[in-house]
Structure formats: C-alpha cells, structure tokens
Design a protein around this ligand. Structure first.
Ligand code: ATP
Ligand code: MG
Length: 142
C-alpha cells in the first residue's frame, strides 16, 4: 500500500494544522485533503465494519459530531504507508498509547478518558485503504 486514509476526528480537529505538520515531518505526503462534516448516516457507511460492536453508536455519534479532516496520504520513505501511518498514530487505546508510545500522535492528541476520542483513524489494510480513500475521494484513481 503506497497510500492510506487518515482521519483527524472531531475531538482533534482543533489541532488539525499541527497534526498535519507532524504528519509531514514524519515523512508523509498529503495527496489530497478534505475538511467535511459527516451525517450519522455517512459515518455509518464509513464505519460499516464496526456496526456490530457494542460501542458502535458512540463511535458513529462521535465521528458525526463535528468537522473532520480526511486525508489521502502517501509515505515518502516507506513502501507500506498503511502500516507506517498506524505506527505513527500509536495504539487505538489512548491510555495504552500514552503508557507505551508517548511520542505517538494518539498519545499527544487523544483523550485518555474516552476510547472513541482517540484523535485519529488509519486504514487497517491495503483493501480497506482503497475503499476508504474512494469514500472520501471518489475522483482519485489508485
Ligand atoms: P481506527 O480504525 O480508528 O484506526 P483502530 O483500528 O486502532 O482505530 P478499531 O478496533 O478499528 O481501532 O476501532 C475503531 C474505533 O473505535 C477506534 O479508533 C476507537 O475510536 C473506537 N473504539 C475501539 N475500541 C473501543 C472501545 N472498547 N470502546 C469505545 N470505543 C472504541
Ligand atoms: Mg479500525
């Protein structure tokens, strides 16, 4: 995967410029960026895989609660952008990120009191990245 999808979630939107700066400093190139607010229906479509989970309604509620930044990013140095971005974000549990990876972006920008407010999203796999990039940027040809 030479490209992945990153999202700056509503809880971290106020730090968007700082996060994008950090992203670039870590060697990622922003291919395309879009600032949007999703409806709950659109958030549901995006998070389809999580709809069975107990926290899904809170996750959908959070993602649709305010503006987000969707970014199609590429790694300048590493051939596996999907994995490289997940590493820079750190674990999805912010408390774990803070304890084990204090320099990770989720440790810096996430909220240790609420697991849905972990600041960032990154695609899990190359296949997910393709679907998620298409969701926000249907005009991009991968
Ligand atoms: P993401 O998909 O956002 O990059 P992830 O892959 O590390 O994060 P997933 O297991 O896919 O984590 O969960 C998706 C999102 O759901 C997480 O980013 C987090 O916001 C939320 N989440 C995960 N586990 C929990 C939980 N136990 N309670 C509340 N929210 C959770
Ligand atoms: Mg996930």
């Amino acid at each position: 995967g030479r490209r992945t999808l990153a999202i700056i979630k509503p809880d971290a939107y106020k730090h968007a410029d700082e996060i994008i700066y950090a992203m670039k400093k870590h060697g990622f190139v922003v291919v395309q960026e879009r600032r949007v607010r999703l409806s709950p229906e659109q958030a549901c479509l995006f998070y389809g895989e999580h709809l069975q989970k107990v926290f899904s309604s809170r996750l959908i509620g959070h993602l649709s609660s305010g503006p987000i930044v969707a970014l199609c990013i590429a790694s300048a140095h590493c051939p596996n952008t999907v994995a490289a971005w997940r590493e820079i974000m750190g674990p999805s549990d912010v408390a774990e990120a803070a304890a084990l990876f204090p320099n990770s972006l989720r440790a810096k920008y996430g909220n240790t009191g609420d697991q849905v407010k972990n600041a960032l999203h990154g695609s899990h796999s190359i296949e997910d990245a393709a679907r998620e990039i298409h969701f926000f940027f249907p005009e991009i040809i991968l």
